[in-house]
Write a protein of this length. Structure first.
Length: 429
């Protein structure tokens, strides 16, 4: 655990536009005071365990202590997959951590509906958040109209590759689906697996990006969200069309793609054993610093020009336990994390491939980041990711279905029926 020393120092172009309208006032309230002491540092539970991201979080905790008149904050970092499975236990424990790294959307809303998250409306009413976009405010608002989340960064997904490898292999970014298939064929002819994956080990959820993108390219973002909310069936013809298109790509995937986690798939990409990988920018936290300047991406290819182009651009940030006994300290920390200064500290200390939520915060300014910002700003719609647009409970059903499909594509009918049956009790809960 890292403890700070108080003596030390709808997403579109409007997503980052500064607003001039004052935000509605609110107050930080807790459902119960919990059994934790109201004194001592604010406890922060973090899933940002990649070395650069962890170091950046430690920088934040130290910087918060520099300007705090209170006891500061303590940071406990655990592996991301451990965090994901333990989060319900953290929040329902008798003495939970005070603040958590996580993300906006349906998952946060589901915890708020159970009375587990703190109302952070007072933080949203603070001038530090006056310029935040309506899209971020909407993402951070629960079903009851209370603010439950503080967004701090967002990032994008894309088809990542190394520029030096593309130059060596004599290929370039595709501009159409046919170009994309041609790229894959060229790489295959050079004994390079065109598509890395990294859906093995404890990161099977990476495969959901392929389902998400094929679905939003074929059926559109609205259908995609409705499907994940249980308004359509996983064995519907529209979903079958997604898998039939995916089936044509299966020969291009790395044969080890479902056996290794995304960190190892990142290594394979950087070493040139695979050509591209559909992944979020978080993968760069696992890349050596000297490789970052060589990394580039292209958007997931368009399949139907009549379907509005959506891009996956998840928002990350913080929420707090409703059972905290340190409301004042929690509010102070969240206001700091919402500031441009804090977000710049995090970006500088990490791989620098995320975008700040605060409209006045500077990003890393690299060509890669500028390209990513333009991708998100030019999208007709923005989705989050499978579990963020549905729930953590639904994600394992996708993991099972998608990994099975990649191994047994001829069993598609059975796989889709089984997926629907697994999803129904989750939607009904």
């Amino acid at each position: 655990m890292r403890t700070s020393d108080p003596t030390r120092r709808r997403f579109l172009a409007g997503l980052t536009a500064a607003g001039s309208t004052a935000l509605a006032s609110g107050c930080i309230t807790s459902v119960s005071s919990g059994s934790g002491s109201s004194g001592g540092p604010v406890t922060v539970q973090s899933n940002l365990s990649a070395p650069q991201a962890r170091a950046a979080m430690e920088d934040l905790i130290d910087a918060f202590a520099d300007g705090s008149e209170g006891p500061g904050a303590s940071l406990n970092t655990v592996a991301a997959e451990t965090f994901r499975t333990q989060l319900p236990t953290y929040l329902t424990s008798a003495n939970p951590p005070d603040v958590y790294t996580w993300y906006a959307g349906s998952v946060a809303n589901s915890y708020a509906e159970r009375g587990l998250l703190l109302d952070v409306g007072e933080v949203w009413a603070d001038p530090v958040m006056a310029g935040y976009s309506d899209a971020h405010r909407s993402l951070s608002t629960g079903a009851e109209g209370r603010q439950i989340f503080i967004p701090t960064t967002y990032y994008w997904w894309g088809m990542f590759y190394r520029r030096s490898h593309f130059a060596e292999w004599g290929v370039s970014e595709p501009e159409s689906w046919d170009d994309f298939l041609g790229l894959c064929d060229t790489l295959m002819s050079q004994d390079i697996a065109p598509l890395g994956l990294g859906a093995g080990g404890n990161t099977p959820w990476v495969a959901s990006a392929w389902f998400d993108y094929l679905n939003i390219r074929i059926n559109g973002a609205t259908y995609h969200r409705e499907l994940l909310a249980g308004q359509h069936r996983f064995d519907d013809p529209e979903v079958r069309e997604v898998f039939e298109r995916w089936r044509t790509l299966l020969p291009y995937f790395d044969p080890d793609g479902t056996a290794i986690p995304f960190q190892d798939a990142t290594t394979a990409l950087l070493q040139g054993r695979t050509g591209t990988m559909l992944i979020g920018t978080f993968f760069a936290d696992s890349a050596p610093g000297d490789a970052l300047d060589d990394i580039d991406f292209f958007p997931f290819p368009v399949l139907d020009t009549g379907v509005p182009r959506a891009e996956e651009a998840p928002t990350d940030g913080f929420f707090a336990s409703a059972r905290t006994g340190r409301e004042e300290g929690v509010g102070e920390l969240l206001r700091y994390l919402a500031s441009a200064q804090a977000q710049e500290i995090y970006i500088e200390g990490s791989s620098g491939t995320v975008l700040p939520a605060h409209p006045d915060a500077r990003d890393a300014g690299t060509d890669l980041v500028r390209k990513g910002r333009e991708l998100v700003a030019s999208a007709d719609e923005v989705t989050q990711f499978f579990n963020r647009d549905s729930s953590d409970a639904l994600q394992p059903t996708a993991d099972a279905a998608l990994i099975r499909f990649m191994a047994e594509p001829d069993q598609l009918d059975t796989i889709l029926r089984d997926w629907q049956r697994a999803a129904e009790p989750i939607w009904a809960a």
